[in-house]
Design a protein around this ligand. Sequence first.
Ligand code: NAI
Ligand code: OAA
Length: 342
Amino acid sequence: MLKSLARKTSTTGTSYLTLRGLASESAPDRKVAILGAAGGIGQPLSLLMKLNPLVSRLALYDIAGTPGVSADVSHINTRSEVLGFAGEEQLGKALEGADVVIIPAGVPRKPGMTRDDLFNINAGIVTSLCTAIAKYCPHALINMISNPVNSTVPIASEVFKKAGTYDEKRLFGVTTLDVVRAKTFYAGKAKVNVADVNVPVVGGHAGITILPLFSQATPNGNLASEEIEALTKRTQDGGTEVVEAKAGKGSATLSMAYAGAIFADACLKGLNGVPDVVECSFVQSTVTDLPFFASKVRLGKYGVEEVLGLGPLSDYEKQGLEALKPELKSSIEKGIKYANAN
Ligand SMILES: NC(=O)C1=CN([C@@H]2O[C@H](COP(=O)(O)OP(=O)(O)OC[C@H]3O[C@@H](n4cnc5c(N)ncnc54)[C@H](O)[C@@H]3O)[C@@H](O)[C@H]2O)C=CC1
Ligand SMILES: O=C([O-])CC(=O)C(=O)O
């Protein structure tokens, strides 16, 4: 029986994903919309959000397939009411009143592709969805999963600016899967309990732009520098590892749904006034000279409460930081340029 699967999940160890399946009488009403809910990520993410007692209404939107997903998920005896919406004419209804909008809509990679190879298709999808968000729920917190995150988040910011609704505190690129992987790989190598591990991951969400800060990992595993380098590379290539293993059938979906559920849960806790909710996320930032950057973020009643600094870096991490900047800068600029040309 799914009685309690409470798990320690945050970078700081203060936030929990509680899958208790119990209605929470005292939690305020919160509507969560998932755009792309019939997809590989969307379906398990819909399930996990249905298990979250902080959600009172769950809107599942996709271009097709959502009536089935929502009928299925709606039979689960947890707090939230589930509604399915299919096709663009129902998008407004799916979004109206949403507190958090999670976006796993778009095409995934196949072997041999980079995340940037998804740009041409996903940029258009994200633009149309964000245009609707600006109209129907301009104050919602946006959790952007669609790749390439390093460009889709800047695209979303420009769409919102054009619509006059941009609030940098409410736009998040979901990089939680990088943290989830870094924790798992570190725990395996350091032989420590994975539930106790915290590792910040900063930068962006593609290849070398993913920079895990193992020098700050807790508990201290006393790993050799070659082990840290191998763990860094494995974290950076974690997505590709899954793409290759799936051999043409898509990219990470189940681990991504888990990561997306953790991040959305943290957003809801922040909105509800839970103190000290900290997760890594790709947000508008002044931590480096780049306009968007992933780092630890404190979540609050209005979204980002504080973007936290990087903390002390090892020489290896300092090199990694300098090495990632040109690629991240050009992905950000590509997104901004696209949004302004469309
Ligand atoms: N941020 C991250 O860490 C990760 C991001 N991703 C990204 O998430 C995205 C989705 O991946 P999967 O779920 O595996 O793909 P999928 O192809 O299984 O599902 C995508 C869903 O989006 C829907 N969709 C397409 N256009 C839409 C639109 N205009 N409005 C609403 N829905 C629309 C499709 O109908 C489909 O159901 C990909 O871009 C992938 O690269 C995947 C894993 C990790
Ligand atoms: O690798 C991909 O294309 C999907 C993704 O972003 C990840 O798994 O981190």
